[in-house]
Design a protein. Structure first.
Ligand SMILES: C[S@@+](CC[C@H](N)C(=O)[O-])C[C@H]1O[C@@H](n2cnc3c(N)ncnc32)[C@H](O)[C@@H]1O
Length: 380
């Protein structure tokens, strides 16, 4: 069946004329949800990661580790098991530090954002922002008594936790390169340390729903990811992707060529392209999903304002939270990409970010990103 495309982009509304040009505070009209934090004890893979684990140095002592293979009914001898889990512990928890920020240890260097407390707070803000964008819905795919759900790149696991509460009879699996999820979660939820770009070991046709949110800049080969998801889904199962396209847009002609925000965005997108993990690929997902065999594909594009500049109430609230998440994350978003791919040093980056923050908070500069909400079905 041919795919369909639905584009519902709210017409850009002009910025408020009465708005001050100076910085605005983060909105207070709604509070972010109770957050899973990086200080929670790490959770480790409940299944063996798809990849070979290599031994590295010992993990920091304060990092608690539970042996996921503690069953006595094991094919491994005790010593094999011990050395395997020691390697697992080290390769998962031996975090890397760069410019004062903490990064993932499993498949080191693969992902550009930190996994420390600051970043995890941002992820919880992003979750709240996305919940506003989706009018409070955790998903838009029409699920009917789902039994098995996957959250690709679960982050702090906050979406997966809420889904587990919403569907208590479903089992939710959240995977990530970093074991940064909380330990105490609903019984129908498990977290795995895994690389979703490795060959999936899940039973074919076993999932009802696969969800992927904010994975821009993370994935090298989206067409392959979609093929793997297609195989893992049951016939009739759904995949859903929620993701901005990082092309900077402006609702009027006020974005000047010398804007620090425009300069930063260009550097940001270019560095990610050079790294092989695009930040602007969302418009291509529909075609790649179709190639993978999905049908009834809908790509709904809406506006993600960068500050509370729109007049319309919902977009204003959305912009306020997005501004908070964006300004909080600018350093994290820039450090690895700009030092590795633009050869910039930290003072140079920080200097640029001063102007970027000012531009983002300037309500007379009505910038936004396109937010893609894509749903597709595996045919019966
Ligand atoms: C921007 S965060 C989004 C987290 C979550 N999906 C959300 O919307 O709150 C991206 C997450 O993907 C994870 N990630 C990046 N590359 C990955 C990979 N190849 N396999 C598994 N997880 C990955 C990162 O560790 C990070 O937690």
């Amino acid at each position: 069946m041919a795919s369909t495309s639905e584009t519902k982009s709210p017409a850009p509304t002009s910025p408020e004329p009465e708005a001050p040009t100076s910085e605005v505070a983060a909105p207070t009209s709604a509070s972010p949800p109770a957050a899973a934090t990086a200080s929670s004890p790490p959770v480790v893979a409940t299944t063996a990661p798809a990849a070979t684990i290599e031994a590295e140095t010992e993990a920091p002592e304060e990092e608690e580790f539970e042996n996921p293979y503690s069953s006595t009914d094991s094919a491994y001898s005790d010593s094999d098991l011990e050395s395997y889990t020691t390697s697992l512990k080290s390769s998962v928890l031996n975090y890397q530090y760069e410019n004062g920020r903490r990064y993932h240890a499993f498949r080191p260097g693969q992902y550009f954002l930190p996994n420390d407390e600051l970043e995890n707070h941002r992820l919880d803000l992003v979750h709240h922002t996305m919940t506003i964008a989706m009018q409070g819905q955790l998903h838009v795919a029409p699920l009917d008594k789902p039994q098995k759900i996957m959250d690709i790149g679960t982050g702090t696991g906050v979406w997966a936790i809420e889904m587990a509460d919403l569907y208590p009879t479903a089992h939710i699996v959240g995977n990530d390169l970093s074991p940064i999820q909380p330990k105490w979660v609903p019984p129908n939820l498990s977290f795995e340390v895994d690389d979703v770009e490795s060959e999936w070991t899940h039973t074919p046709s076993s999932f009802d729903f696969i969800y992927s949110r904010y994975m821009l800049g993370s994935i090298q080969d989206w067409p392959r990811l979609f093929r793997q998801a297609f195989r893992a889904l049951k016939p009739g199962g759904y995949i859903e992707i929620l993701e901005p396209d990082s092309t900077l847009r402006c609702a009027d002609d006020s974005l000047r060529d010398d804007s620090p925000l425009l300069k930063w965005n260009k550097l940001f997108v270019e560095a990610a392209e050079t790294s092989g993990r695009s930040l602007v690929a969302a418009p291509k997902y529909q075609g790649w999903l179709e190639e993978a065999g999905f049908v009834d594909i809908k790509d709904n594009i809406s506006m993600l304002p960068n500050s509370p500049w729109p007049k319309e109430r919902h977009l204003k609230e959305l912009g306020g939270f997005h501004m908070a998440a964006l300004t909080e994350s600018l350093q994290g978003l820039s450090l690895r990409l700009f030092t590795h791919f633009h050869n910039m040093d930290v003072p140079e980056i920080e200097k640029l970010l001063v102007g970027v923050r000012k531009d983002i908070r300037n309500r007379r500069l009505p910038t936004y990103y396109d937010l893609h909400s894509i749903v597709a079905r595996k045919p019966e």
